[in-house]
Design a protein around this ligand. Structure first.
Ligand code: ADP
Length: 768
């Protein structure tokens, strides 16, 4: 590569020096010689002063002048090639001529064909044609460029031919290389952007081939050196080499270079750079063949790069549609998203991922640990714009990430739902793990005391890693698009599922309603024939007893008692179905008053019994349907005495203090599944913190009765479910708790039990 000083722009374009392997004439537009390189004696046998001021016809005949005039149209940036012959003191000499126009002059450069190695045209033609045919057959970009390097080396014979690609920041990476076996490889090395300043890049963009046969050759001045407008040598093929470039290559052990520009969309995409350890002259025809090859590579490059991008996008799309298909079909959303792991990573080209659904985090590939991911989500969520946040230098924005830079210097976070706390995060490691810098880029720049900057070549090309700290490979636009498309698809699927669920709920509500109406109608209608059976059996018993034998009378008595029982059951069913449909009459209800009434009715019905009903402190006033809630308490109090075999029976009614709710499981289901026997103490078990703050009061009805085994904690609330035979504990239908549960649920509350067999039970309930 050619290094140039950014502080010497003038020098870059107008160094006033050329390489000595040719001769330069700067002409006026009338083709009068204004300047000539100080080596004219060597090539033409004439001193500069003999040539200065002379018309070009002094050297060339009319037909050659005519040919030159023809290739000088206005505004042309083209360097034209012609074969020229000039009569010199040593006889007729043949030259390769290069002519082009600058803003105010015409430049004619001559390379002696005499000194050049003979070129076998047929062979060269075959080589170039063969190379083009092979290049066309390659299928991907890297294979294509590798072949280009091999073919350029085959045609030119340089020791090493490399293909550089420039990244978005202008740094170069060697992506293909063909070399002499014993040379150490440069493949994969990165070169800092400062190696080729903007000015030099512009020169490579304008001139497609730069040829320096001997970096160590002494440059030649243009004469006269003073009193002339400096000529613009930016398109000159003989333009001298900047000293920095010479030193830069000398440090690499390189004596000759040739650089072919690779252009895509009029931008410098990369370079084919040829190195030789000794001076090396390449004849013009061979250079022309390489330039042509470079142009073919450039034009095919666009296709190959586009193809590469298209292929990558297609790959992302196929992985993404795989994920979408899985999640739309699966019951388990998380598994479908996460499995197989490489698919989720491939959707954006990441090395790790974390999926957070309802605060539960699943990790995939190389990631920070769960706690770090959790904190990261909390922070990154504040950075999200349009549901996405991404960075290739996370630790610079979020210092905590320094501790996991190896896995997550790059972050792409996708917010699927803030409400549900649904996020997908993808990670990339610090780039230092993947980049090998060819020298320290910082050392290539020297800032002088006067503020000017010079680029200095690095002293060593030993591979070392630049501290590209805390940065990952950047996220490509197509990867960000892929993530956002995945989000849209997920949101679509989730919405569809929510709609389906709403439909099912509606259907369920309708069929529940129908069922309740049916139960009501059926139980209501059943009562009539049942009454008939009861009535006729009673008539038979009363009026026909004399004609019946003992068995007959006993059978009839059984019919009567069975029909009484059946009526009780039907009444229970009827009550339950009524409850499902009845409207609640909610009102502020003082539970102390409500319980006083319940207890006095209870006392009235059991006057003989010694009923110890304790209410240790006043109960609150709550919003409820007092008639229905009375029924609940009445049932629970009745059961407390009914299922009690102690001599001293008692029941306590109260509610929990907030501090008592500390450890009580949050849901009845959870509580019912507890393995250990429920704690039995003076005060009921406390509630979980989640239900403390705004939760409604938890009431309890506690007794010292027979208790309930844990596996029946749920079954006792089912309709007609009793734990004992019909005659034990005063009988019953098994409908009481089912009705109590229904009433409570209609209030939006819940009921559950904790108990110790032989010691007693506590029924808990909420009403709002
Ligand atoms: P019923 O009392 O008519 O049988 P319930 O629905 O009121 O119906 O109760 C269902 C079952 O739950 C009862 O049969 C009894 O086995 C059990 N049960 C209810 N309350 C208690 C209690 N306080 N102590 C022990 N067992 C109870």
């Amino acid at each position: 590569m050619e290094l140039l000083s950014t502080s010497h722009d003038e020098l870059i374009l107008n160094p006033g020096l050329i390489q000595p392997h040719g001769l330069l004439l700067a002409l006026s537009t009338q083709l009068e010689i204004l300047q000539v390189s100080n080596n004219s004696q060597d090539y033409l046998g004439k001193l500069p002063e003999e040539l200065l001021g002379q018309p070009l016809s002094y050297l060339l005949d009319a037909s050659q002048l005519e040919a030159i005039a023809q290739c000088l149209p206005e505004d042309s940036e083209v360097v034209n090639y012609l074969k020229l012959s000039i009569c010199t003191s040593a006889g007729e000499q043949y030259f390769d001529g290069f002519v082009h126009r600058t803003t105010d002059a015409v430049i004619l450069e001559l390379e002696s064909t005499h000194s050049q190695a003979k070129v076998n045209f047929l062979n060269l033609h075959t080589l170039v044609k063969g190379a083009i045919a092979k290049l066309k057959r390659t299928t991907n970009l890297i294979e294509f460029l590798q072949l280009a390097a091999v073919e350029v080396r085959r045609i030119t014979g340089y020791d090493r031919v490399m293909v550089y690609q420039f990244d978005h920041q202008g740094a170069g990476v060697v992506i293909a290389e063909a070399k002499q076996e014993e040379l150490s490889p440069y493949l994969g090395l990165h070169y800092p952007a400062t190696d080729i300043p903007e000015q030099a890049r512009e020169l490579y963009r304008r001139g497609l081939l730069r040829f320096i046969p001997n970096l160590n050759a002494q440059p030649v001045e243009l004469m006269p050196t003073t009193d002339v407008t400096p000529v613009d040598l930016s398109l000159s093929v003989l333009r001298s080499v900047h000293p920095c470039c010479v030193e830069f290559h000398q440090n690499m052990g390189v004596a000759a270079i040739m650089v072919i520009s690779l252009i895509q969309n009029e931008k410098l995409w990369g370079l084919i750079s040829c190195h030789h350890q000794t001076p090396k002259f390449v004849p013009y025809e061979v250079r022309a063949g390489c330039e042509l090859l470079g142009q073919i590579v450039s034009s095919e490059l666009a296709n190959k790069v586009i193809q590469e991008e298209v292929d990558y996008k297609a790959r992302l799309e196929s992985l993404r549609s795989g994920v979408v298909e899985s999640i739309s079909q699966a019951d388990n959303f998380r598994d479908a998203l996460v499995q197989p792991e490489p698919r989720l990573l491939g959707v954006v080209g990441a090395t790790g991922a974390a999926v957070c659904l309802d605060r539960e985090i699943t990790l995939v590939g190389a990631t920070p640990d769960i706690e770090n991911v959790r904190s990261l989500i909390a922070w990154a969520d504040t950075q999200v714009k349009d549901n996405i946040f991404y960075t290739d230098s996370l630790p610079k924005l979020y210092p905590e990430a320094r501790s996991f830079k190896d896995t997550a210097s790059g972050l792409l976070l996708l917010r699927i739902s803030k409400l549900r706390h649904y996020y997908i995060l993808w990670f990339r490691p610090e780039v230092i793990r993947t980049v090998n810098w060819a020298g320290n880029p910082d050392e290539s720049i020297q800032v002088h005391s006067d503020g000017s900057i010079t680029l200095c070549p690095r002293k060593s090309f030993a591979q070392w890693q630049e501290i590209v700290q805390l940065t990952s490979e950047p996220w490509k636009q197509c990867e960000l698009d892929s993530a956002l498309s995945l989000r849209n698809a997920i949101v679509g699927i989730v919405l569809k599922k929510a709609e389906e669920l709403a439909k099912i709920n509606l259907e369920l509500e309708r069929s529940n309603h129908e069922l309740a109406s049916f139960a009501y109608a059926a139980s209501h209608d059943l009562k009539e024939p049942l009454r008939g059976i009861y009535n006729y059996s009673t008539i038979l018993l009363e009026d026909y007893a004399p004609v019946l034998d003992e068995d007959g009378i006993e059978f009839l008595q059984t019919i009567v008692s069975l029909s009484v029982r059946m009526e009780t059951l039907i009444n229970g069913l009827l009550r339950l179905s009524q409850l499902g449909q009845a409207e609640l009459h909610l009102q502020a209800t003082d539970l102390n008053e409500l319980l006083n009434q319940v207890i006095s009715v209870f006392h009235a019905s059991r006057q003989q019994a010694n009923l110890d009903i304790r209410i240790n402190r006043p109960l609150p006033t709550i919003q409820c349907d007092p008639v229905l809630v009375s029924e609940v308490f009445s049932n629970l109090i009745a059961n407390a005495f009914k299922y009690n075999d102690k001599a001293e029976q008692w029941v306590e009614i109260g509610y929990l203090d907030k501090e008592d709710t500390g450890n009580l499981p949050p849901s009845p289901r959870h509580m019912l599944q507890r393995r250990e026997p429920p704690q039995r103490s003076g005060s009921p078990p406390p509630l979980s913190p989640s239900s403390c703050s705004q939760s409604p009061p938890i009431f309890y009805v506690q007794d010292n009765g027979i208790g309930i085994p844990p596996h029946h904690y749920q079954t006792i609330f089912k309709l007609f479910k009793r734990l004992h035979s019909q005659e034990k504990y005063g009988g019953g239908t098994g409908a009481g708790l089912a009705i109590a549960k229904k009433i409570i649920e209609r209030h939006g509350g819940r009921i559950w039990v904790e108990s110790t067999v032989g010691e007693g039970s506590t029924f808990y309930l909420t009403l709002e």
